[in-house]
Design a protein around this ligand. Structure first.
Ligand SMILES: *Cc1c(COP(=O)(O)O)cnc(C)c1O
Length: 402
């Protein structure tokens, strides 16, 4: 017989239903956690005991998934990294930068970052007095000279391979420059996932992910991760900033990320195999002037990619000889691939940067980064290759007719 009233019973949460351990990660949809006693509360608040307090600070579902990503990023390495999950990839980048940098500090980075990151740096962080210096990160001596000459550069931030030409930079060399001069290095590892590339193994301090892309892989959650090699710095600065900005992930999106990660290696192997085969097919087509895929020997950064990546990933881009109209005609013919402004999903996604993601960027600037009028970006899915090739054959026929 219940000791409390019917209504109170309705209002209260049921007793913890756990008897034996759940085989699958449960979703903890709770904003706070009870203390068993005042003393336990004091111990947890003072950091003497481990425990959850309030959902914005952490939650068993979210922490389990963050811990798994940290383990993946350091798998096989002798590093005790820690990770946090944020509400998006952008939140992860913003949290890391605002936790480590202050007014007067500078970020040294490349001109072809993910568009959102460029805007975050040059608009939002600029308002806070944090400046961004863009340079060609392939020119290592020039990078080191910039770092040596300017004490206010506190962070080297980069992406490799980068959108949309899949240009690569040397993680080990850049991380070493940062280390030699006592600066931080952080890399956006979204395109590769830790299965294909482990920046911490190459000396980087932080790896960032938009888990929205390949780690989730199914296009049904938005989240971001920060993995850092210095657990104390992660706890005292980075996680603290996330809590105070309220940029935490939620249990449902964390759970979906975990579900997606179960098949990460199966998906990535197939993404890579399909992308290489599609790149090789496109390379032979008369309508195509150029294919950008780091797995092709013709790619300028093929040797570097081979050195620092386990395989070459699922992203490629190609340039149609006949330019803008040909790209539009080709894309309008594709029915199997979807036109969508994301990447890393199980199905194939295409994008025409000149008319979408880079529409508002001045043409000269866009051309500098290889984003020509006829460039088409493909996030190659895990479907059967024959269906993909058939679709692109249709598209290229329309491009030729232009
Ligand atoms: C999508 C993306 C981001 C931003 O991630 P969100 O989860 O959309 O906030 C950052 N970097 C790269 C390389 C991306 O592809």
């Amino acid at each position: 017989m219940s000791a409390i009233s019917f209504n109170s019973l309705c209002v209260h949460d049921p007793e913890d239903p756990r008897s034996t351990r759940p085989h699958q990660l449960p979703i903890y949809a709770t904003s706070s956690f009870d203390f068993e006693s005042i003393d336990q509360g004091i111990d947890i608040f003072s950091g003497k005991a481990q425990g959850h307090v309030y959902g914005r600070y952490g939650n068993p579902t979210i922490d389990a998934v963050a811990g798994k990503i940290a383990q993946l990023e350091t798998h096989g390495l002798d590093i005790e990294a820690s990770a946090i999950l944020c509400s998006s990839g952008m939140a992860a980048i913003a949290v890391l930068m605002t936790s480590l940098l202050r007014s007067g500090d500078k970020i040294l980075t490349q001109g072809n970052l993910y568009g959102g990151t460029t805007e975050l740096f040059t608009k939002t962080l600029a308002q806070l007095g944090i400046q961004t210096v863009m340079t060609d990160l392939q020119k290592l001596e020039q990078v080191e000279a910039l770092v040596r000459a300017d004490e206010s550069i506190r962070m080297l931030y980069f992406e490799t391979p980068a959108n949309p030409t899949l240009a690569c930079v040397d993680i080990e060399a850049l991380a070493a420059i940062a280390r030699r001069h006592g600066r931080h290095s952080a890399i956006d590892n979204t395109f590769c996932t830790p299965y294909l590339q482990q920046p911490l193994a190459l000396g980087a301090d932080f790896a960032i992910h938009s888990t929205t892309k390949y780690l989730n892989g199914h296009g049904n959650s938005i989240a971001g991760a920060i993995v850092g090699r210095d657990a104390a710095l992660m706890r005292d600065k980075v996680a603290k900033t996330m809590k105070l900005l309220g940029a935490n992930c939620n249990a449902w999106d964390a759970w979906l990320t975990n579900l997606g990660m179960k098949t990460l290696t199966l998906r990535m192997d197939r993404h890579c195999a399909n992308a290489l085969a599609l790149a090789q097919f496109l390379q032979q087509q008369p309508a195509v002037a150029k294919v950008n895929y780091p797995g092709l020997e013709s790619h300028p950064d093929h040797a570097l990619a081979r050195r620092q990546m386990r395989n070459f990933g699922g992203m490629l881009s190609f340039e149609l000889t006949a330019g803008y109209d040909a790209a539009i005609a080709c894309m309008n013919q594709l029915t199997f691939c979807s036109l969508a402004p994301t990447l890393g999903d199980v199905d194939t996604l295409i994008l025409h940067p000149a008319s979408s993601s880079h529409l508002n960027i001045p043409k000269e600037l866009r051309l500098q980064n290889g984003i020509t009028d006829g460039l088409v970006r493909v996030s190659v899915g895990i479907e059967d290759l024959s269906d993909l090739i058939a679709d692109f054959q249709k598209g290229l026929a329309a491009a030729i007719a232009k």
